[in-house]
Write a protein that binds this ligand. Sequence first.
Ligand SMILES: Nc1nc2c(ncn2[C@@H]2O[C@H](COP(=O)(O)OP(=O)(O)OP(=O)(O)O)[C@@H](O)[C@H]2O)c(=O)[nH]1
Ligand SMILES: [Mg+2]
Length: 205
Amino acid sequence: MNDIKISVLGSEGVGKSALIVRFLTRRFIGEYASSSECIYRKRVSVEGRQVNLELHDPCSQPCEGQSTLNDQILWADGFIVVYDISDYASFITAKAVVHLIREIHLGAAKRDGDSLVFLVGNKQDLCHMREVRREEAQRLAAESRCHFYELSAAEQHQEVVLIFSKMVQNASLGGKAKERRRRPSGSKSVVKLINNVFGKRRKSV
Ligand SMILES: Nc1nc2c(ncn2[C@@H]2O[C@H](COP(=O)(O)OP(=O)(O)OP(=O)(O)O)[C@@H](O)[C@H]2O)c(=O)[nH]1
Ligand SMILES: [Mg+2]
């Protein structure tokens, strides 16, 4: 059985935890703990094969034993790079992250599968406050050989599941035999996740 490691990256508050929680529990809770980085594990089936999925949810606040962005990029097989469509600065960060992933993977002679970076514009329900034009994000995705999606973790469940499933499938096909790499610190089960998501109060947008 092979392992698939996916890191969800992007600036603070773009909805990384919301997307992961949606995928794992089907729910949108509105407030998510972000005081520690975590790896959530789930066994999934890809084309009849059992695969161990590890999902890395980084925290934006400084925390004990925090991994660097470089570590996270070297660790993962696939990346979901998230920005908030109502926050242009978060798009600039996403752009920098996408470029860094390409640079690090090429520099380290890691496989650079075209489909292993997904650029995701979250909070589509806030389109009345849109700051990032869809065309601009599409252009970045095309230039950087990423898949591109816009969605709302708050309002959509199927779309979120589809993105994670596609990522798992692509990573699974691309990475049969891979060297083990250092993992970011922290590891939690889905049960712990349920407790964790209630751990911090934060205003919903
Ligand atoms: N309107 C709207 N709000 C969202 C959506 N997704 C997440 N949020 C809200 O955005 C805020 C931040 O979401 P998080 O999932 O904690 O964001 P994060 O990227 O994990 O943040 P850090 O862990 O601090 O880096 C929360 O208040 C969420 O309820 C969405 O699709 N639409
Ligand atoms: Mg978070």
